[in-house]
Design a protein around this ligand. Structure first.
Ligand code: ATP
Length: 513
């Protein structure tokens, strides 16, 4: 745990030091759970967005994109259920005055039971050595089985109480489990209350005519209300999808995990419109497609478990998360939801406008069902960034910090370095920058000894350094240094572009899907 915390602290510090993520309005001491992306952060974020957009929109001939406004007619949020049901259960500690999400307190308690199981496994593995059979141990060890049963019982009860809006029972559960304020240890809790997460604002100049609006808490509704516009103008045939990336806003109760849980964040969502009755097969298909997308980035297939939802949202008939191993444990990275016809039917009811699809194959109109994939761009950023930040001890005993970003996502692809600042080497290096900058983000760096410049680029995640030396003047060759292996090869200057392109081109990464 201490090790995890340590790594997370390093991630936050590194993100700031290298111009990836800054606290918002830092000169005024920041704004809670709001962050700005710096000069490198914006490039990484754009590259992740492009990696998603191309995979979802460009590679699927039945998915198109839109860009809907953040402000929407207020009835949208009545129809979507957000006005009545977009709540989190909150609880305050009377002594510390700290506020928590009641469900998260209980889930974290269960997380401790899971940690105990992991400890038992580690102990047994050590005791039995090569003969250790983990699956058998998990299925038979009485202590493990007891922890598992306890955890499942707690989560089931939590799910049931939340579904029945029985907040008094959620409090009873917290008391029975003797859950204490994680920061102070106090068990002096208030009752559990529901808290709506939407931010309200006003449209219009004068106080009496102003209209109450919400900042959208998800991008999906902009897609639902445009469903027929896109279907008709794009002559789309079911099944088809509409994709969108954009900002969403949630007044999160507890937001202390850097860019994991923000109050202003960006989502990348795709709603796939299907024939009623086919939702199960599309649910399975999209789970597989999205998992392949994640795996293509090569960040460890064991890091992405599925987690089925115990408590389904008001609109869903099946839902799961793709989790990721964040520095603070496995947490949701992406949601996959089978949303039935809840949204379209509800907008039809509230607007009085028909939102149905005429299916020419069966000569009938119906309200399509919807399969949704929804991923937070900032969470994906944190997944990529935290997983890439590594510290290595080199053979000579020195340490090296490397940001092993998948090269397709790296903000800068190439750094061009003249070995020394004289003898015409800078001129040649600048010419190489000119040649490459039409294809890749390239930087020129001549400050400090070349070893230090390499380290700077390693820490910044730049996959290639091209060094121009005196031999370049004689035979037009340069050295290319690879970030992860630190290997250097001497190549013709004319080969540089092709070599880098092979490595960073989105096409070669997509081939892994
Ligand atoms: P959580 O359970 O973590 O609150 P959620 O289930 O409410 O998330 P969804 O409504 O399914 O999240 O939103 C889809 C995706 O949007 C999530 O998988 C996550 O990646 C991202 N997301 C949701 N809330 C936030 C937030 N406050 N900050 C950053 N990303 C978020």
């Amino acid at each position: 745990m201490a090790k995890q915390n340590d790594h997370f602290k390093k991630v936050i510090a590194h993100a700031k030091e290298y111009g990836y993520v800054f606290p918002s309005s830092e000169v005024y001491d920041g704004l809670s759970a709001v962050y700005d992306y710096g000069q490198n952060g914006v490039e990484l974020k754009n590259n992740i967005r492009e990696y998603w957009w191309k995979a979802m929109v460009q590679l699927h001939d039945n998915i198109v994109g839109i860009d809907a406004a953040i402000f929407m007619h207020p009835t949208t949020w009545k129809a979507s259920g957000h006005v009545d049901a977009f709540n989190d259960p909150l609880i305050d500690n009377k002594d510390s005055k700290k506020r928590y999400r009641a469900d998260v307190l209980v889930e974290d308690h269960v997380g401790k039971l899971d940690a105990k199981i992991e400890k038992e496994v580690a102990k047994a593995a050590k005791r039995f050595g090569d003969a250790f059979d983990k699956a058998q141990f998990l299925a038979t060890n009485p202590r493990v089985l007891k922890y598992k049963e306890q955890g499942e019982k707690i989560l089931k009860r939590l799910g049931r109480s939340l579904e029945n809006e029985d907040l008094a029972d959620v409090k009873r559960l917290i008391e029975e489990l003797a859950i204490a304020d994680p920061e102070t240890g106090s068990r002096n809790w208030t009752d559990v209350k529901q808290f709506n997460l939407m931010f309200g604002t006003k449209l219009g100049a004068s106080a009496d005519s102003a209209m109450d609006l919400y900042l959208r808490p998800e991008t999906a509704q902009g897609i639902f209300v445009n469903f027929l516009n896109v279907q008709k103008t794009g002559r789309m045939k079911i099944p088809f999808g509409i994709a969108q990336t954009g900002k969403a806003f949630r007044n999160e109760i507890v937001a202390r995990q850097f860019i994991f849980r923000m109050r202003e964040f960006e989502q990348m969502e795709m709603q796939f419109f299907i024939k009623p009755g086919t939702q199960k097969e599309w649910y399975d298909a999209w789970k597989e497609t999205r998992l392949k997308w994640h795996h293509s980035l090569g960040m460890g297939e064991e890091n992405y478990p599925f987690h089925d939802h115990e408590k389904l949202a008001h609109y869903a008939d099946a839902a799961c998360d793709i989790e990721f191993r964040f520095p603070f444990g496995f947490k949701e990275l992406e949601g996959i939801h089978s949303r039935t016809d809840f949204d379209l039917s509800s907008h039809e009811k509230h607007s009085g406008k028909k939102l149905q699809y005429f299916d020419p194959e069966i000569n009938e109109s119906y309200t399509p069902y919807v399969l949704e994939t929804s991923i937070g761009l900032d969470r994906m950023f944190l997944a990529v960034f935290s997983n890439s930040l590594t510290e290595e001890t080199l053979e000579d005993g020195s340490a090296r910090t490397v940001l092993k970003l998948p090269s397709v996502l790296a903000p800068t692809k190439v750094a061009v370095l003249p070995l020394v600042k004289k003898d015409g080497l800078p001129d040649v290096a600048k010419k190489i920058v000119e040649e490459l900058k039409w294809d890749f983000k390239v930087i020129y760096d001549e400050k400090d000894a070349v070893g230090r410049r390499y380290r700077r680029q390693d820490a910044n995640g730049t996959p290639f350094c091209i060094t121009v030396d005196h031999q370049t003047l004689e035979d037009d060759t340069v050295t290319i240094r690879h970030r992860d292996t630190m290997e250097q090869d001497r190549i013709e200057r004319s080969q540089v572009r092709g070599l880098v392109k092979d490595e960073v081109d989105i096409r070669s990464w997509f081939k892994k899907m």
